[in-house]
Design a binder for this molecule. Structure first.
Ligand code: APR
Ligand code: PHB
Length: 395
């Protein structure tokens, strides 16, 4: 016999989506239980993205979680595009009526959310993988999970599948209902974290004959850098001196700018993939974040899309519990899918603009240079890029 708990919303996954949903629901007085397959330290320590759109920053404020963000977050009003030896600044804030992005690591967001959940003494179980989701077409779906060698059940009104790309929630939507659209890119990113003071106050995206490189940061003493590489790259083939040599080659510009070297503290390869699963809702199951969509990291949209999903879902659930109306829940998926495709469009655009596509044929490289020249010379084109980069308001 398994132990059964009861809650209003059962949340699978303690990534940014699941934790923020739990936080927003608690502010609306809605109960939830969060279960997470990994340990707390694994979830906090894994190195992920670090660019927050204005909408995500606003949501952190709304959620009462902006104290550390206000202190440690780095507000950026522009980005640089580097190509052909030049470095060109795009003044995103001037072009978008004052909107900006904020650099704040995803693991810091996770830390803030976990601290708030623990301080409020709300249920959050680590090392507790969901193994089955049942009865989603009824009003009382059930999540089955394992914890400390025991099989347990959560009976709830709604299940939120916030369990990322490798979770189980998506596959609970019946075959024939769920449609997936996928594109895998023929390259990956080798990412490093280094104890080195950033030499640029803003991000530098570079298209170089040897491939894409990105200069980013996490704090005034930590740099985050990426190199385009083959998808089957083995990090052991990239000792630190090779990484710095390649980064310096691909990022240095004719004005003398280059990244500073420092001790590399983390090194990993990230595959580049786009996936959209539709619909994001079936019966009483709602998907949010990476469980429903993956974007290549070039546009830095993954975390922000997840946040937009759970904001929308929290409002729809609040509306349901206060008025019994279901129209916001019913349109949760169509509104989310629209935002997802807009993010896919932008991520695809940035990815194809900045990566070497076919190194044996210089045609595409020359065309990309022409595209970049046009972009940095046209206020209209820079405005368009900036609008997508800072992100549309959450709805
Ligand atoms: N049971 C419980 N938890 C699970 C299960 C399961 N069966 N399967 C996966 N999980 C957990 C994962 O361990 C992970 O902690 O769900 C969590 C999903 O978190 P993320 O992968 O971070 O996804 P999400 O919250 O949607 O956030 C999207 O994360 O992938 C990055 O860069 C991406 O910024 C984006 C953001
Ligand atoms: C990062 O800092 O991790 C980062 C920044 C910009 C991107 C992707 C990743 O486009």
């Amino acid at each position: 016999m398994s132990v059964e708990q009861r809650t209003q919303v059962g949340i699978i996954g303690a990534g940014p989506a699941g934790l923020m949903l739990g936080r927003l629901l608690s502010l609306h007085g809605i109960d939830s239980v969060i279960i997470e397959s990994r340990s707390q330290s694994y979830v906090i320590d894994r190195v992920r993205a670090g660019v927050l759109e204005q909408g995500t920053v606003d949501l952190m404020h709304e959620a009462g979680l902006a104290e550390r963000l206000g202190r440690l977050g780095l507000r950026h009003e522009g980005i640089y595009l580097a190509f052909n030896g030049g470095r060109h600044r795009i003044d995103m804030t001037a072009l978008t009526n004052g909107r900006a992005i904020t650099i704040y690591g995803q693991n810091e967001v996770i830390r803030d959310l976990i601290d708030a959940r623990v301080a409020a003494a709300l249920p959050l179980h680590f090392e507790a993988p969901a193994v089955a989701i049942r009865d989603i077409e009824t009003r009382q779906p059930v999540i089955e999970y394992e914890m400390a060698g025991e099989r347990k059940r959560i009976r709830c009104d709604f299940v939120a599948g916030c369990d990322g790309f490798h979770g189980i929630a998506r596959s609970a939507i019946p075959v024939g209902v769920l449609q997936s659209y996928e594109r895998t890119y023929p390259f990956a990113w080798l990412g490093v974290l280094a104890d080195a003071a950033p030499t640029s106050e803003e991000l530098v995206y570079s298209l170089h004959p040897r491939g894409f490189a990105l200069f980013s940061m996490r704090s005034p003493t930590v740099t985050r850098l990426y190199l385009q590489c083959d998808p089957d790259t083995d990090v052991t083939a990239w000792p630190d001196d090779r990484v710095w040599k390649e980064l310096t080659t691909r990022l240095s510009t004719d004005d003398g700018w280059r990244p500073a070297e420092g001790t590399i503290t983390q090194k990993a390869v990230t595959p580049m993939r786009s996936v959209v699963s539709e619909p994001m809702h079936h019966g009483r199951l709602f998907l949010a974040g990476d469980s429903a969509h993956i974007v290549p990291p070039t546009g830095a949209k993954g975390l922000n899309l997840a946040m937009a999903d759970v904001y929308r879902l929290s409002l729809a659930l609040h509306d349901f519990y206060t008025t019994t109306r279901t129209d916001l829940l019913a349109t949760y998926s169509t509104r989310g899918v629209r935002r997802t495709w807009a993010a896919q469009r932008f991520s695809w655009l940035m990815t194809s603009l900045l990566h070497r596509i076919n190194p044996d044929n210089p045609f595409d490289y020359k065309r990309q240079l022409a595209e970049l020249e046009y972009l940095v010379g046209s206020r209209a084109a820079m405005t368009s890029l900036s609008e997508s980069y800072v992100g549309a308001a959450f709805d």
